[in-house]
Design a protein around this ligand. Structure first.
Ligand code: CP
Ligand code: NVA
Length: 320
């Protein structure tokens, strides 16, 4: 069976821990003479480049495909595109407008003669590869994940959902500050709380409409765009509704003394973040961007079956 990762929750606490370990290890050329299909239905700078280089580092050959080339559900139905790509590639990763497109790809490959994992490179629901990079950055900066306090300020979107779930699985706590109508939904909270219980590391999720409350004493302050890809028609209303949720120096001043600022990028200075905050001494956004490549390499290796060095095999020992 394929090891698909469409949501952070698909990894579970154990899987996420293994991916984080793999990110720091030297990996063998697991993809030697093999291809990876990277399908993009939305624009990308970081994800495309990080994933292409990750595939090269694993000895493979990345083929980036703009969705309009294959015409998802226009030239050919999504299931047939997935099966076609599985004829040539060992892994299929995609950035899609609707999360259901990824689910259809994964379902179409369930009965494929060999495992071809499907990986989410951002959907309207989640951005798991970003969340893995976020954890790597937090661990790099703070030296730990369990017990870390993260404040997410703004639209509780795809990036926020994945971050919250990844933190829940790692024992970090997240306070989400959003205006009415832009917060986490009850189902998101319930899922994150379930993941936190599964992990048993004490991570908590809380919601507020007050950015100051979320940021007070936080170790990490995180924000993302107010207008995600696909939300462009609501841009004017979103800018009005989210106007009080900009991360600036004043807000960052309420965070803990050693707090760092993260943003998945692209950033819009003067909207969700001030120029001073993103260029300031607390900002780690470029280290975070670099971690995208290490996260992609580790996740691709994991879905291909790699395990961190030093992991004890649970397979029964071969008889002599
Ligand atoms: N953060 C992120 O996913 O960036 P891109 O949209 O440029 O890939
Ligand atoms: N929330 C943003 C993230 C971009 C990387 C979007 O979906 O457009």
């Amino acid at each position: 069976m394929s090891r698909d990762v469409l949501r952070v929750a698909d990894l579970g606490a154990g899987g996420l821990g293994e991916v984080l370990e793999l990110a720091g290890q030297t990996l063998p050329p697991l993809l030697e003479r093999q291809g990876v299909a990277l399908v993009f239905e939305r624009p990308s700078a970081r994800t495309r480049n990080a994933c292409e280089m990750a595939v090269v580092q694993l000895g493979g050959h990345p083929v980036t495909i703009r969705a309009e080339e294959v015409g998802l559900d226009e030239r050919e139905q999504v299931e047939d595109v997935a099966r076609t790509l599985a004829c040539y590639h060992s892994l299929l990763a995609a950035r899609v407008a609707r999360h259901s497109t990824l689910e259809r790809m994964a379902r179409a490959l369930l009965t494929w003669p060999r495992p071809v994992p499907v990986v989410n490179l951002l959907s309207d629901l989640e951005h798991p590869t970003q969340a893995i990079a976020d954890l790597l950055t937090i661990r790099q900066e703070l030296g730990r994940l369990a017990g870390v306090r993260v404040a997410y300020v703004g639209d509780a979107n795809n990036v926020c959902r994945s971050l919250v779930d990844a933190c829940a699985l790692s024992g970090a706590s997240v306070a989400v500050a959003s205006p009415e109508g832009y917060g986490l939904r009850p189902a998101d909270l319930e899922r994150a709380e379930g993941l936190s219980s599964e992990a048993g590391l004490g991570g908590q999720v809380s919601c507020t409409t007050r950015p100051e409350e979320a940021v007070e004493g936080a170790d990490v302050v995180y924000t993302d765009v107010w207008v995600s890809m696909g939300d462009e028609q609501e841009a004017a209303r979103r800018r009005l509704d989210l106007a009080g949720y900009r991360v600036d120096e004043r807000l960052l001043g309420r965070a803990g003394a050693g707090a760092v600022f993260l943003h998945c990028l692209p950033a819009h200075r003067g909207e969700e973040v001030s120029a001073e905050a993103i260029e300031g001494p607390r900002s780690r956004v470029w280290r975070q961007a670099e971690q995208r490549m290490h996260a992609a390499r580790a996740l691709f290796a994991y879905v291909l079956g790699a395990r961190p060095a030093g992991t004890v095999s649970v397979a029964p020992a071969a008889r002599g």
